[in-house]
Design a protein around this ligand. Structure first.
Ligand SMILES: C[S@@+](CC[C@H](N)C(=O)[O-])C[C@H]1O[C@@H](n2cnc3c(N)ncnc32)[C@H](O)[C@@H]1O
Length: 268
């Protein structure tokens, strides 16, 4: 694996080093094939072309694996070496994988599509960090390239991050203990503790971890997109069905999805 320097002591990195051994177990029921297919339909509305993808915060590879089947050439990066190890075990040398902090993203190439999926952006804890990440993503866009990312909505923090859920799967018992107030205010930093009992799986590398995320209200995201030298093309919202709809409504959608491109480009 190529290594780029990760300068900052990082909460998200520690969380994912502990979580990596059970990440795929906890997210086993997520339908990435369906979700990504719907996102591609959205991107095609804005002139998606080419087949070069940069998956920022790619984790164990779930957010790029379906794209390999669609003949995309993929580069993936993440702050957690353990998450990347698991991605590498799935794809061998077919995908270029690097350890990188999205707040300090190097230029990795020219990509037709740059995306950061499944609330990776919410691990950024301020608008300044969001601007740093979006600026780095912009620098990796080819001419005409598109950027897409999702963030959790207020509804997600007031429900999933405020409730307890027990998952028993593949010999593991995982307890997701939401620590967030059910009336959390917009822009709040929200936490949930994941307690991992390895049970009969004997996966003792996994450890309890706290997920610390920040809610980003729509107006703040739009202003930050602009400051990062990008132009927002569309904002969507979806619930647990993963089907993007307009307009975004933080009271009924659990995720917001943003599509952008470099500012000042003409339509494809
Ligand atoms: C919920 S996982 C999503 C992973 C993958 N995109 C997916 O859909 O399965 C969030 C990922 O964001 C990564 N991450 C968090 N903060 C990051 C940062 N500053 N730079 C790069 N990756 C980061 C974590 O290590 C983790 O792999």
């Amino acid at each position: 694996m190529e290594l780029t320097k990760v300068e900052r002591d990082d909460w998200a990195e520690r969380t994912y080093e502990a979580y990596a051994p059970v990440y795929d177990v906890f997210t086993a029921h997520y339908d990435y094939d369906g979700w990504l297919a719907d996102l591609i339909v959205v991107l095609e509305r804005y002139g998606l072309r080419g087949r070069r993808l940069l998956d920022v915060a790619c984790g164990t590879g779930k957010s790029f694996l379906p794209m390999l089947g669609r003949a995309w050439r993929v580069t993936g990066c993440d702050i957690s070496a353990s998450m990347l190890d698991r991605a590498r075990a799935k794809v061998g040398e077919e995908v270029r994988l690097l350890r990188a902090d999205m707040r300090d993203l190097p230029k990795l190439g020219e990509f037709d599509l740059v995306w950061a999926l499944d609330d990776a952006i919410n691990y950024l804890l301020s608008a300044e960090e969001l601007e740093q990440a979006l600026t780095g993503m912009r620098e990796n866009l080819a001419a005409g390239g598109l950027l897409l990312f999702d963030v959790n909505t207020l509804l997600a923090y007031r429900t999933f991050f405020a409730e307890t859920e027990v998952v028993e799967r593949e010999g593991h018992r995982l307890v997701w203990r939401g620590l967030t107030a059910p009336d959390a205010a917009p822009g709040t930093i929200c936490e949930s503790r994941l307690e991992i009992d390895p049970g009969e799986s004997r996966n003792e590398d996994a450890a309890d971890c706290v997920h610390r995320q920040r809610h980003f209200p729509e107006e703040e995201v739009l202003a930050t997109i602009e400051r990062a030298g990008l132009e927002c093309l569309g904002v969507y919202g979806h619930g647990l069905d993963g089907v993007p709809k307009q307009p975004l409504d933080e009271a009924i959608h659990t995720k917001a999805v943003y599509v952008a491109r470099r500012a000042g480009q003409s339509v494809a």
